[in-house]
Design a protein. Sequence first.
Length: 336
Amino acid sequence: MSNPSVILTGFADEAANQKTAHQQFSAFAALGLQYYTIRFIDLGQGVKNVMQLTKPEITRLQRLHDEYGLRVSSLGSPIGKVKLLDVDDGTHNPFIPFSKYLDKQVRRAVGLANTLGTKLIRGFSFYHPRGTDPADHISQVVDQLGQIAEICDRSDLTFGLEVEANLVGQSGQLLAEIHRQVNHPALNLIFDAGNIVTQGCSAEEVFQQYVLMKRGMGWMHIKDYRHPQSVKRTEHVDEDSLKHFVPADSGDSGHEMILRDFREEIPKLTRKLKRRAIPGVFLDLEPHVKGGGQFGGFSGPDGLGVALRGLCRLLDYVGIDYHLRDFEDLRSARGF
């Protein structure tokens, strides 16, 4: 009986010192990856978030995809990383009226995903006012995410909701409840163990949150975290604490236990995703091994390579298959 299989991908900007397209794509091609998540990129007019790319830049990007043999796994958008309410809570996150946000940003993301040939948009669950209970804001978040999911669904796209500190969906418990209430086929959850352990959770607690998210999961981000001191549970995670990310085989999140359980979920999830024209189950490297924060992270080409090899060792150990480019791929691409 063969092992279940996943598709490896990653945030390509993490592998590039200056975030140029050639740096990103050279690193990913050399590492053997055929998919990437697009977030920040320099296509000759300076570093931009994917949401700010112009039509000429997108045309150039598509040519480079062909040149390097790459495809976009997901749009690494910042959708949902804005304030839920127009409240001055001491943070610098912007507030944008939701009707305007839906019209300008969400529809922009949908158009970009269609143009770039991906079925997946990564997003978030909005910032509640600092100092308030995130559970008190679920009703509004459910309403807004339901509208986002519906817009995505009309274009046969899927919106992935990532678990992350300081947002309403900062835990597996909260995200599972949001997913249950939205109850829309175009809304999936994105598990990220590193984002949970930064909040002071043990490996056992991370696993419990993973179990709660399993039913709604669409794909998984791979990063891990190991602080030199014990991390105390906190209601707000500051930027200074987001400096201790490590490869998945080196941290405190318990990826071995998670992936061993996830192995049994992969065949069923693959079938579910393929019904939405998604090629399979993505494990998306976002390692942050040289630094991270709320709006990005960096690993360098060397750090991305270390993180990829660490993930591959874990996958080999727990019996999950994956594909990296080999000579047969080169022969096929060159028409041998």
